[in-house]
Ligand binder design. Sequence first.
Ligand code: UFG
Length: 323
Amino acid sequence: MVTGGAGYIGAHACKALRKAGFVPVTYDNLVTGWQDAVKFGPFEKGDLLDRTRLDEVFAKYEPVAVMHFAALSQVGESMSQPGRYWRNNVGGSLNLIEAAVDAACMNFVFSSTCATYGDQDNVVLDENSDQYPINAYGASKRAIEDILRDFEAAHGLRHVIYRYFNVAGADPEGEVGEFHQPETHLIPLMLDAIDGKRDALTIFGTDYDTPDGTCIRDYVHVCDLVDAHVLGLKWLQDGKGSRVFNLGTGCGFSVREVIDQSRAVTNRAVPINEGARRAGDATKLVSGSSRAKAELGWKPDRSNLNTMIADAWRWHQTGHFDK
Ligand code: UFG
């Protein structure tokens, strides 16, 4: 059962699951997801806050595992509308976790985030780093991690928690890709500016304590990211214990470096404005990424900046979804 299977990462996960021989059942309320993106298994429309609907879907499919992607996920929005984040992300996840336990579905793969670490300057963040989120989005995800630990202790719910760094790129076969409305993420906004769909990209802050003054992030290809999820599902099915893994490459790129690389990949000018900092942004988020490689055998082969932007650019020129 894939919550958020109609969203960017969830849809790529459904494709990877299908390829690996699973039947991904998408559970999605279509608030931010797209019905068109559900191509690889059944679709069940539903909200995480609707416990009756969750119970129906668990009873209908008797899933072997839950992959839980559904969430509100915009750092900036979480600062202005914290109530929505706590209600949807934490309240919705609690419903889902209780429904899974009641249905005896005891394998749970959860999308967490490096935003749970907060702003720890000049530190490479590994899975044992302290978690001090600086925005409501990160705080909501950390709370769900805690719920999972409590449900394991009380009910034996085994889980793999993935803390994502910045996910980018698209399916190289062009079946699914990134499509948010409104768009808030750096690379798709930049591609919009490059091909004239918006006037310019605004750089949020040029006075950070980094070599070029802009924020540094660790970008990971969405296909590599979802491959890790399939490995995590097999990890649980093999009876291995609950575990937390960072999913990033260990390489950080500044906003200006991403802009330069986009100019090189598309061979076009990138119109930019320099703007103020965005509330909730950490200066630098770079992953200590060795655990997933060592323990899961994860190989993030597509996660170089050039390939991620090239795949995103190809999708950007051809792809979109409808409800
Ligand atoms: N940025 C700009 N201009 C824009 C958009 C973004 O300069 O128009 C900058 C941001 O300030 C940040 C970087 O580009 O420094 C990346 O921003 P994104 O909005 O693409 O991604 P975030 O880092 O804010 O957030 C993403 C996901 C979250 C996840 C987080 C972890 O949206 O779900 O990565 O860092 F938790």
